[in-house]
Design a protein around this ligand. Sequence first.
Ligand code: AMP
Length: 289
Amino acid sequence: MKLIETTVEFRRWRADRDSVGLVPTMGALHSGHEALIRHCRRTSSHVVVSLFVNPIQFGPNEDYRNYPRDLQADARVAGSAGADVLFSPAVEEMYGPDFQTAVTVGGNLTSVLCGAHRPGHFTGVATVVTKLFCIVRPDLAVFGQKDAQQLLVIRALNRDLNLGVRIVALPTVRESDGLAISSRNRYLTTDERRAATRLYAALCGGRDAIMKGERDPAAVQAAMLSKLRAEPLISAVDYAEVRTVPELRVPATLTGDVLLAVAARIGAARLIDNIAVSIHPDGATEITS
Ligand code: AMP
């Protein structure tokens, strides 16, 4: 696997290749990222993994400085999962001194859920993904359903700006007790790690209520919230909500595709998780992620 750190060198590598698949990451690679890379390997003739801890998607009091960074370990993981190139530009390479452009996806998609709690976050995400798409020019890009709102924002961006990238979404990879694997799980102490399983338990509580026939979104939200509030190590619940997919609106009643989404703070970590559920008109329900 080749490590490339500049756009000039990347363009030189890219010039001889026809079709390329991209897996954008912030590093600290784990088995969730590996699943994306392996999928990309199966479906693309050339696989690029980008590794960039993007400063403009972090708020002033967030974990940008502490975010785990280990280029050598990441290179080993990316290479063994099938990457041809690890593209790891420095911050100065991506944002030169004269950088003055932002890409904003407007409206509901970026103002609710994480958008309400992390002002500017999705503009940071949309800007860096647009830049990565312009540099890498991928045919296909693979993302995780773990970041469901980010995925919807990227789909909107790709459509609105006619970027022409095939966006592929893969299900969330979980630990055996249900905890969604995340680079930020490294911040957790042993007790906090145990408490973190509450996020998935809360989502499962909401899902089970829907399976049993509950169609009032407020009742499902209350079921999720009570599971989260029962855990003393959860210091704050940013949200526990049911939203329509793909609009992320509050549904009047539960029907069609909906997202159950939670965000909570435990120790130094802010963790997010979600489950997508499809509710058919005949009452049947199906978990879609
Ligand atoms: P990150 O490095 O956290 O920015 O994530 C890079 C990509 O990996 C995003 O598309 C995430 O949605 C995806 N990802 C992160 N965690 C998981 C997971 N547990 N399962 C599947 N995909 C994941």
